[in-house]
Design a protein around this ligand. Structure first.
Ligand SMILES: Cc1cc2nc3c(=O)[nH]c(=O)nc-3n(C[C@H](O)[C@H](O)[C@H](O)COP(=O)(O)OP(=O)(O)OC[C@H]3O[C@@H](n4cnc5c(N)ncnc54)[C@H](O)[C@@H]3O)c2cc1C
Length: 518
């Protein structure tokens, strides 16, 4: 039986990111992916949020994505676009880039890191024992691992087999998404009618001055709301077995070209001569979250842990950030520097983040309804979002830049993302994110060199003495007091803040990076 420290079920964006994180930490990891290769049929995510671009920048790979995508002010809440160009980050924008490209670039990185991706293989079972998990594959082979991570999407086999509950809310709306050709050009953009929302756009486009300019040729992407939810609702049960496993797209009751034609005629009075269907799928606003992100040696991340409406474009982004939270923790436990209990902080930190995403998508779905009363609410929410404080608050949430892990009372930086400042060392100026490329913890000492002592953690935590004279500003919050030192976790979140004293540093180092060595 082949052995790995970690087996990841699913090589979508979450599984690939996790594989990269583990490989950077020197962990032996393998990805099992059901698809025969990384090709992705159909449209899914359309881009990356500001915080995800930052996270990729922390690993030195953001440029690969920026080179292929289109930078734009794409952050939004329901129908309101939120400009984040004044946010204190190098990436004060979103990136329009289709999921198939995001996955291809991630897979390229993971391959460079020499992680085996077992394409065309499927996880079909596993058994837990004290020392690990034996993972059964569809071809009859098995893999042995210390940990199994289910990054296997909304229908997650791993989640179901682990017996992890997936409570939440039934869908209230369902839409068909397709890639087609049309004999008559439809009106591009998003349209709201009494029949619901529908949208058209060429698959290929450019963004110029914030406007989408579609190419003249190429397939057309269509989205139409269905008049009723295909997975019939039985309101008396909050978790329905019949739709529990329905993915956010690719329902088991696959829609057809005929369904699409009928919906277009009902919504637009014409089907625009739709033909040459290359793919079609259905997505809903089913909203569910795994009750536990960890069960023993089994973890869930990405869509396996949370599904919700794609509105606001947060699914892939949340999954990638789940992976970055889990990767270094798993690595430290596997490498023997931290106790198993560190792994519980994954659920403690990421479950609330997921819950907030679920909540904001439900609010946005409600605001998308087309009745007069919802229109009135939408207008008022739109007005509020023109105001500075609400815009900053909601844009902080939608861009992922305002995430704060609950690490206790203290300086505003504690538990928040470390800004990508340019401190100056004896060797010149550097970027904080560059220090994180190896996914290792960093203690940035901005006070007198030699005043911070981390000798017992010397091999684990990199100590960097530097000076920084600029201001410290956080998205949504504004300016904060300059610290004299910061302990930065490999995921870029601040674990401890020094304010002229080292009080609490030993505890923080021990909590996050293991007991001091003799
Ligand atoms: C219409 C639409 C638009 C969206 N737009 C956005 C957006 O703009 N921004 C955004 O952030 N998100 C968006 N999303 C959500 C995004 O697509 C998902 O959140 C994202 O794909 C989740 O990544 P994942 O890796 O967790 O899961 P998946 O992408 O579902 O990957 C799971 C992988 O596991 C594999 N797999 C499944 N079962 C097994 C098994 N048993 N063994 C081995 N392999 C297995 C699958 O083949 C798949 O490759 C959108 C989704 C839809 C439907």
């Amino acid at each position: 039986m082949t052995e790995h420290a970690v087996v990841i079920a699913g090589g979508g964006p979450t599984g690939l990111m996790l594989a990269g994180e583990l490989a950077l930490a020197g962990v032996d990891v393998a990805v099992v992916e059901r698809r025969p290769n990384q090709d992705l049929a159909g449209a899914r995510a359309g881009g990356l949020s500001s915080r995800t671009i930052e996270v990729l920048d922390q690993r030195g790979i953001a440029d690969r994505f920026l080179a292929e995508g289109q930078v734009a002010q794409v952050t939004g809440f329901a129908v309101t676009r939120l400009d984040i160009s004044d946010f204190p980050t190098r990436h004060n924008y979103g990136l329009a880039l289709r999921q198939k490209h995001i996955e291809r670039i991630l897979a390229g990185w993971v391959t460079e890191l020499e992680v085996p991706i077992l394409y065309g293989r499927e996880v079909t079972g596993f058994t837990h024992h004290d020392a690990g998990v034996d993972v059964a594959l569809a071809d009859g082979q098995s893999l042995r691992a210390q940990y199994l991570v289910g990054c296997d999407g909304g229908r997650s086999f791993v989640r179901k087999a682990a017996g992890i509950d997936f409570p939440g809310w039934d869908p209230t709306t369902s839409s068909i998404l397709a890639e087609v050709e049309m004999t008559t050009q439809p009106p591009y953009g998003v349209h709201r009618t009494a029949a619901g929302v529908h949208a058209f756009g060429r698959e290929e486009y450019e963004i110029k001055n914030g406007e989408i300019i579609y190419k003249d040729v190429g397939p057309i992407g269509v989205m139409v709301t269905e008049p009723r939810i295909r997975a019939e609702s039985t309101a008396s049960r909050s978790v329905r077995d019949d739709i529990k496993d329905q993915p956010i797209a690719n329902s088991t009751t696959e829609p057809t070209l005929r369904d699409l034609k009928e919906l277009l005629i009902a919504a637009c009075g014409t089907d625009y001569g739709v033909h040459n269907l290359t793919w079609i799928s259905r997505f809903t606003d089913m909203t569910r979250q795994a009750a536990a992100y960890r069960k023993g040696r089994v973890f869930l991340a990405g869509d396996a842990a949370h599904v919700h409406s794609p509105i606001g474009g947060q699914g892939l982004n949340t999954g990638v950030q789940d992976a970055v939270n889990l990767g270094w923790k798993l690595a430290q436990v596997i490498n023997g520097t931290s106790p198993e209990s560190l792994l519980d902080t994954y659920h403690a930190e990421r479950h609330p983040v997921g819950a907030r995403v679920l909540k904001n998508t439900m609010a946005q779905v409600a605001l998308h309804r087309t009745d007069e009363r919802t229109l009135a609410v939408r207008d008022i929410v739109g007005e509020l979002l023109q105001m500075e404080e609400p815009r900053k608050r909601i844009a902080g949430m939608m861009s992922g830049l305002d995430i704060r892990y609950e690490l206790g009372e203290g300086h505003a930086l504690l538990g928040r993302r470390m800004p990508d400042l340019d401190p100056v060392t004896d060797n010149g100026s550097l970027r904080v994110f560059t220090l994180l490329h190896k996914a290792r913890p960093v203690l940035l000492n901005l006070g007198e060199a030699g005043t911070v002592d981390i000798a017992p953690w010397a091999g684990r935590v990199e100590l960097v003495n530097a000076k920084y004279a600029g201001t410290w500003e956080l998205p949504s919050l504004g300016a904060v007091t300059a610290p004299t030192a910061v302990l930065i976790r490999p995921d870029g979140y601040v674990a401890w803040v020094g304010e002229e004293t080292q009080a609490g540093l030993t505890d923080a180092l021990t909590t996050w990076f293991g007991s001091p060595t003799a």
